[in-house]
Design a protein around this ligand. Structure first.
Ligand SMILES: Nc1ncnc2c1ncn2[C@@H]1O[C@H](COP(=O)(O)OP(=O)(O)O)[C@@H](O)[C@H]1O
Ligand SMILES: [Mg+2]
Length: 446
């Protein structure tokens, strides 16, 4: 058993400052326990950010001053810090760099090695004196990044001319091959590649599906696809960065109308936590969780000014996931941002929505939509509407709004430039309203 002390930095107004000390108890690759103490100077800073709103809230500064804090629910980690570490994909990249077998490294190594472009506003370093690990990876490197990602997936060594993946590929969560890149203006994008040997054109289908969700009225980041040689790549704009002068914050709703780099502007970071953190659970018990619980967490942790809208949006996302068979809707695929304009947490823009083709007439989501558990049906969703603060009419209006666009999905996909082949591949994922609702429910729709 070994104890490892790390320094957690938080980005305040475009600059990293030490926020506190994290002590991890590790046994080889297993993390057994975490403790954290906020720095006393840090908590007195105006605008000090909380690392997560569940275990490390900054609401009562006097109670936590100088105290060691432990994670809620007996978890071995703090959700907000776990969210700043890579999961499956980023771990493979770090292991490739360090020549280590899969999942063989201690958690502290993954936390330290994720690099400067990790999601949210935190950085984890060896000590107060450590510098930020920076590596500017450009959109023009995509060709190399894809080649390197293929080699990592195949368990092959990465030759030196492809080492750009080590700077660009380790930051973010998720299992699919990906990298973080900057465009010619300096804007940060997440690039998602197709996986080797994959039949579906995932980047094209995912991009079109996200844009379809945007037409249904949901908050979706800017999404594009580009071709690199034979391969399609999906680019989604990072929603956890914005640009402003020192001391200023983005306008209200700035999270959804992102700013751009410019003279005199600093790149600022937006704190991020996943749904896993808001529900204070780990992956192993995430399977028993529901959308209703996520709605309750919004009620509890998000800023009062956004609670109503965020619960409606979550209901719409759940309905959309039922229509498109996105059954990878687990708690890491729901995110929350700390919006400096309202000084509070709110639902992040939508990401990672991928239709899964199926021939089954009975399908299930990952998170349970309603009283019938994980069953992907609109009646099941309707059964939990009260948890989202929705009356029957409101819920019916949301379902009708989503269906109005989803029923035309092929036309929309074409207008987004998706190929006939991608549309044919995605077709068995999309569901007709008659297949997922009772006649009684359909009668209630406007
Ligand atoms: N547009 C975005 N801006 C910032 N962070 C993002 C964005 N999209 C995804 N992320 C973060 O990156 C992680 C991985 O992305 P995701 O699309 O979920 O990949 P995967 O398909 O591999 O799961 C997410 O869990 C989330 O934390
Ligand atoms: Mg994901």
């Amino acid at each position: 058993m070994a104890k490892r002390e790390l320094t957690v930095f938080a980005n305040l107004d475009g600059e990293f400052v030490p926020a506190g000390l994290l002590e991890l108890t590790e046994k080889n690759e297993r993390l057994l326990a975490s403790e954290f103490a906020y720095g006393t100077r840090y908590i007195d800073r105006p605008g000090a950010l909380e690392i997560d709103p569940v275990s490390l809230a900054l609401t009562d500064k006097e109670i936590i001053r100088g105290r060691k804090i432990f994670p809620k629910n007996g978890l071995p980690f703090f959700g907000g810090i776990r969210d700043a570490a890579p999961d499956a994909w980023g771990r493979r990249v770090i292991e490739a760099r360090l020549h280590a077998p899969p999942n063989s490294l201690p958690e502290s190594v993954y936390l330290l090695e994720a690099g400067g472009e990790r999601v949210g506003a935190l950085d984890i370093r060896e000590s107060r004196e450590s510098e930020q690990k920076n590596g500017h990876v450009l959109m023009t490197d995509l060709q190399y990044l894809i080649e390197a990602a293929e080699r990592i997936e195949a368990g092959l060594p990465v030759p030196s001319h492809l080492e750009v993946i080590f700077a660009g590929g380790s930051a973010l969560g998720g299992a699919r091959p990906k990298a973080t890149v900057r465009d010619a203006h300096g804007i940060l994008w997440l690039a998602k590649f197709s996986s080797a040997g994959e039949r579906l054109n995932v980047p094209e289908i995912e991009a079109a599906t996200l844009r379809l969700a945007g037409l249904c009225g949901m908050h979706v980041p800017e999404v594009r696809t580009v071709s690199i040689g034979e391969r399609r790549v999906m680019l989604i704009r990072r929603f956890d960065r914005y640009w402003a002068t020192r001391g200023t914050i983005p306008p209200p709703d700035g999270m959804f109308e992102p700013t751009h780099p410019g003279p005199g502007l600093l790149e600022k970071r937006v704190p991020f936590v996943s749904g896993l953190t808001l529900l204070s659970c780990d992956e192993t018990d995430a399977r028993t969780r529901s959308y209703g619980e996520l709605a309750e967490a919004i009620q509890r942790y998000c800023h009062t000014s956004v609670v109503r809208d965020d619960k409606r949006e979550l209901f719409a996302r759940m309905v959309f996931n039922i229509f498109v068979t996105n059954d990878d809707d687990h708690l890491r695929n729901h995110g929350f941002l700390w919006d400096p304009a309202i000084k509070g947490w709110r639902l992040s823009p939508l990401y990672d929505v991928m239709p899964r083709p199926s021939i089954s007439s009975e399908r299930y989501l990952f998170l349970a939509p309603g009283p019938q558990g994980r069953l992907a049906s609109l009646d099941n969703a309707m059964g939990s509407r009260e948890k989202f603060g929705l009356g029957e009419k409101d819920a019916a209006n949301i379902i009708a709004r989503v269906w109005r666009e989803v029923r035309e999905w092929k036309i929309h996909f074409e207008s987004f430039g998706a190929s006939g082949r991608s549309i044919a591949q995605a077709e068995p994922a999309f569901r007709h309203i008659d297949a997922i609702s009772s006649a009684g429910l359909r009668q209630k729709l406007p």
